[in-house]
Ligand binder design. Structure first.
Ligand code: DAH
Length: 329
């Protein structure tokens, strides 16, 4: 009898290793404690022993029973499901769990705000693909073949003819090909550049392109529109300046800077957009009569203006998905 008890104990010890969930726990419990289970059988045998033999093995048998029982009880608490049967795990006095509801990313909020302002100024909204042809991204926009922006370093080429668009300007081309003037639209979207990631630049960012083509569009109107935008977006007292610049697809061209004033550092101008009068070559490329029509265009960096408005020092935080940042907006 004593030997059987020892054998059962060692068998149980190896069975213990196979208990991985509440189902296997129940199987082992049945194996030892059901009517025909190992321990029940040992007790049956024990009953037919002589008084002397009972003295010898009685204590051991009881020890085995309580050892197996306590191990199984211990495990019972470590599996969910088995807990549910145990009433002490329901604490009705605990407060409920609050559901965490997500919110719009700050860049999407910024984009929404930009769209709303330009809608109010009479612009419609169009989108184009992020995978773009070299033709639409560069050639139709009057980039000479040896222009530095075509360099592999700036552009993620997919193959010789296709790339991840480096700006939203190719949507101008798509739009003008699809629709004769008058055209007045903004074109928001993601753009990609093969640049080293730093506090100031990221390989992915957002732009909003703007285009207005009609028979009598002027540079003064372009300025008026962009100033109206800056005042609505940043507030009436925003400090801005227009600076002459160059883009292959506009002539003349300019850039707009906004004054950036950190609390305890000297302020400086930060560029937020490029703009200009659509180059006649571009109109010709898309089949719009450049003798009859004129247009203006602009392209702004969404991250830049969000950084300015919300006083954020590092562009990378937009893409980190760190809840401590995201929940502030
Ligand atoms: N596409 C230019 C860039 O990514 C920005 C830009 C400049 C867009 C002038 C325009 C424009 O439409 O007229 O740097």
């Amino acid at each position: 009898m004593t030997q059987k008890i020892l054998l059962t104990e060692s068998e149980f010890n190896s069975d213990l290793l196979n208990i991985i969930d509440s189902k296997s726990l129940e199987e082992i419990r049945i194996k030892y404690f059901s009517k025909k289970g190992k321990i029940s059988q040992l007790f049956d045998e024990f009953r037919s022993l002589s008084a002397d033999e009972k003295k010898l093995s009685g204590k051991r048998l009881n020890e085995l029973k309580s050892f197996v029982q306590s191990k199984l009880d211990e495990l019972k608490n470590s599996f969910p499901g088995s807990e549910i049967k145990d009433e002490k795990f329901f604490d009705l006095s605990l407060p409920g769990r609050e559901k965490i509801i997500g919110s719009k990313h700050i860049l999407i909020q910024t984009l929404d705000e930009i769209k709303l302002i330009f809608k109010g100024l009479g612009f419609s909204i169009h989108e184009g693909p992020e995978l773009e042809s070299d033709y639409n991204n560069f050639e139709a926009l009057n980039f000479p073949p040896d222009h530095p922006a075509r360099d592999m370093q700036d552009t993620f080429f997919v193959n010789k003819n296709f790339l991840l668009r480096t700006h939203t300007s190719p949507v101008q081309i798509r739009l003008m090909k699809a629709q004769q003037p008058p055209v007045r639209a903004i074109m928001p979207g993601k753009v990609y550049r093969n640049e080293a990631v730093s506090a100031k630049s990221y390989c992915l960012f957002h732009q909003v392109e703007g285009l207005y083509v009609d028979t009598d569009v002027t540079f003064a109107e372009l300025k008026g529109t962009l100033i109206a935008f800056a005042r609505q977006f940043f507030g009436k007292d925003v400090r801005y300046r227009f600076r002459p610049s160059f883009f292959p697809f506009t002539e003349p061209s300019a850039e707009v800077d906004i004054w950036w004033q950190p609390k305890d550092k000297p302020g400086r101008w930060l560029e937020i957009l490029g703009c200009g009068m659509v180059d006649p070559n571009v109109l010709d490329n898309v089949g719009v009569d450049s003798e009859k029509y004129v247009g203006y265009a602009f392209g702004m960096g969404v991250e830049r203006i969000a950084l300015l408005k919300y006083k954020i020092g590092d562009i990378r935080v937009f893409f980190d998905n760190d809840k401590r940042f995201l929940t502030q907006f």
